[in-house]
Design a protein around this ligand. Sequence first.
Ligand code: ZN
Ligand code: MN
Length: 515
Amino acid sequence: MKLTPIIGLEIHVQLNTQSKMFCACPNLDDGAAPNTAICPVCTGQPGALPALNETALEKGLLTGLALNCQIPDKSAFDRKNYFYPDLPKGYQISQFSLPIAINGFVELEIPENALPGREKIRLNITRAHLEEDAAKNFHAPQGLNGRPATFVDYNRAGTPLIEIVTEPEIRSASEAKYFLQELRAIMRAIKASNADMEKGQMRCDVNISLMEVDDNGYPLKQTLNARTEIKNLNSFRSVERAINYEIKRQTALFEASTPPVEATRGWDEGQGKTIEQRTKESSADYRYFPEPDLPPQDLVELKEKMLHRLPELPSAIRGRMIQEWGFSKANVMFFTNNDGWPEYAEQVMGELAGWLEASDNEAISGSEALANKKQIFSKLVGGWLTSKLAGILTEKNLSLKDCNITPENFAEFIHLLYTQAINSANGQKLLQMMHETGQDPSNLMETYNLGQNLDNSELTDAVKRNLEANPEKVEDIKKGKTQIIKWFVGVVMRDTEGRANPQQAEEEIRRQLDQ
Ligand code: ZN
Ligand code: MN
């Protein structure tokens, strides 16, 4: 008997509205002084009445559209009843029977998927619904009077969430991770959330069970086995680790003939394992009933309005950037996973294309050559953006918007590399300087003498000098160890502070050695 994981996700994403879901209190980031953004509505005072935030409704609907969901004509809110100190009303206003969006899907590409036939998958979305967030508890071992205490910060109570529920169609930890990354990119593209998991703006619950399958992967029975729910995972890494841990744990239980029971488990990042918390509630335990203080929402007109506001989505951006500019899949994946990069990369390519058309007409014969050059440029741009520039920024914990290099200057920089006015070692130095000073690359290159601008006699002298300084190495070459020529190229490059062209240096070394 073989076992295969059946995984479904429930993701809560915080909507980036100005105010909370049902009151005018500000929707603050973490870090504000506790209990400074509260009012009678979001702290559940008797008689306080909720009023729906229209922008939250709009952003929720836009999320549904971006996830290819059907938008019903009407949605409505329900009360989900449970008792917990972070829930001042004793119920959460959520959507149960009439959610804002149903039956959607996301198409994913999972390069090098370990599971055959699943490099391209369509993951179905069951539903997306709006709800309010709860407050936050802080457990202090030594609170008032030195005794353990729990403090509650109500700033987060009533902030708007969209909860997205997938069908149980995910088959591995890496598929879950790719889906979450795509969801983050979508939420950012539609400007409904920054969806930063580390900041708690996107939190993921994982439902996972194992299923007995035959050797061809077909299920051996109709019903799913008992699942565990892992609550509140807040990084891509912990989602992956928790799923892989749970697959191992449940497999061991099956092998010991004591299959898992339905339960909620927490993830302990430090110990790297899931820990049983409680057996799971069913929806009956929540005694859902319609929220009497909020009328149902008519979505027909709003849907039309939001369809016009739907921007180009990450998958479409990737397809277009591959098609139009010739970027690699890995490059465009990086771009859409990081804020502002697609626009930046396209501006750089636009500059370079303009330059190609304007200044190089004679050198280009026909459109094929033009396409070739575009390809060379997109390779250079993709590489230098995703590894070098991203590296400089990551090292300093900065994002692209903190970068001092304009797309125009970056394009000029790529052009210097392309025409071999500078080699890649000095290119790295130049890029660093561009970021530090914000100046244009040609000026910096001249000021700091970084270009490949040795004249012939300088190169001849440098080669001569270094050959004379290393007579044994020269002997070795003459005995046939020609690979040492490359070593000399390195020495000459260092000696000239990178201003020599490596190819010309090698030619000159061979000439002087008669090789
Ligand atoms: Zn409030
Ligand atoms: Mn929820």
